[in-house]
Design a binder for this molecule. Sequence first.
Ligand code: WTA
Length: 641
Amino acid sequence: MKFEINSYQDYQKEYQKSVINPEGFWAEKANEFIWRKKWNNVLSWNFTEPTIKWFEGGKLNITENCLDRHLQERGNKIAYIWEPNNPNEKNIKITYFELYTKVCRFANVLKNNGIKKGDRVCMYMPMIPELVVSMLACARIGAIHSVVYAGFSSDALANRIQDTQSKLLITSNGAYRGTKQIKIKTIVDEALKKCESIKKVIVVKRTDENISMLTGRDVLWKDEEANVGDTCNAVEMDAEDILFVLYTSGSTGKPKGIVHTCAGYMVYVDYTFRNIFHCSQQDVYWCSADIGWITGHSYLVYGPLLSGVTSVMFEGIPTYPDAGRYWEVIDKHNVNIFYTSPTAIRALMTYDIDFVDKHQLTSLKLLGTVGEPINESAWKWYYKHIGKEKCFIVDTWWQTETGGIAISPLLNVSYPKPGYAMHPLPGIQPTIVDGTGKKLIGNEVQGQLCIKFPWPGMLRTIYNNPERYKQTYFTDFPGFYFTGDGCKRDKNGDYRITGRVDDLIKISGHLLGTAEIENAINSHHKVVESAVIGYPHPIKGNAICAFVVPFKTSENPEQLKLEIIEQVSHLIGPIAKPDKVQLITELPKTRSGKIMRRILQKILGGETTHFGDTSTLINPKVIETLVKENIKEFQLNNNQH
Ligand code: WTA
């Protein structure tokens, strides 16, 4: 496998090239792929309109690069080792040739069910091989895939289907998660009551759950796949045609459908995958992320397949049947490169170290984390107990919007530095700005992270909503892409991400909007209004506290709190459940009606006197009441424990 970056000199050379001549730099990378027709123009862009186009005029199909081009050289190589939830169930190994055939067959199924280029297809599935096959089958025929994480509720699923107007949904009857069986199809049936666009549902039978099938709408994967051909010509796609839509939370209640296109995404994900993970052709690579998130899309599906690497795909959870499952899987499949989340590491750290020590972990060469800041103690535990002090750790910073990793330590380039994402990847030109938009030059600066030049993997728009695209990313700091993250560049020029600076919160690595959760809470008939804030949590990174103003506080408050938590789970999904609910009489608001979250944050932290400037509060007395209510709540909880 080719790595451009294997020393500090390489990194500097690549980085310089990418800044001085970005078009030449990326054209050289793009030349390595199979194109039906090469591009006319590498890049046209402006961040004002905004418009970004890479490789315009180029024609290709990403699946020819993920599958067809490997067949001759490594058709019999394993693409995926699928490890089921239950360790006693047999794992499945799928070669590149088998994957190619499955994708072609399922692409034929999609065609038989009326799917054409440009149609949207939604997937709501557990981590089973059919999910990868579905995504690639869509890409094969030019349909746009929209994967929805199978932990979302039926309402959340329905909203996403309505936004894309998907014609077809692929799902499973049920899912295994640890000791639980999830009734996936029941959630789907509920969602589809509100989704007229869906004409067909294709169901994979994963569990022994009996389900009802709606005649005319629902069909079984295995029946559909029984009588189709083994080959399917790839549809020629324009470089800038949409490859997929993936939803992420935003600062309004409605999630944003992030749009990625075929060529730029492919070139960027491939470049970052190769240079960050340094997989050789013999290596086994494992990204433990769910495919319902961008990490799964880029570094469990497209990245490794473009490189022709062998990946582990895991259906289960890290604590089933016990807290040693990840380590057992690493030994079982001789995993060399392991990429996971800080939340998983923090959760596993709380168990007896024997769960780690009874495994060898000698195959490991490189470790990675993604999705949220990693605290120093988790980094050190990972380095010592999992990496045995010999594996380099890549703490990769990126976003659904960036398509691929944008800032990361690099093997043989960076020195180990816990908590630092370190170096911008070639092609990424970070700029730190202060609150007024002034560029902070030089080292030892801290502010908000922007990127000043386009890179091929960046989002192209928000599905159906170009205005929101402009507003969210290109308006606060004109001329820049704004990430929404705080960032520090230290005295050595190394980057550290300090967390979100907007109304979004990372909980267990999942990005959630405070407005989205507040909307869910406010829809409870006993609630007047609410404000959601994040606070530090030892395992999840952040937890949610909801301050809720009910119509009447006197009526069974504990019951109401439970109902509120249930309401959020029902409308969004269990990942968004508040950890604490505090019933209060009034929210601290400015005269213009904005909630002063800063005050709530301080109150939750136990502050009683120092609240800074509160002159804009509509009712300054509210603080006193909130402090009293917080103390009461604290005493109540302590008495309960
Ligand atoms: C956060 C996940 C610190 C950040 C790939 C970003 C991180 C958001 C890191 C995007 C990291 C991601 N260190 N924070 N290494 N990686 N983040 O869209 O706040 O789910 O903006 O993409 O996660 O989350 P998303």
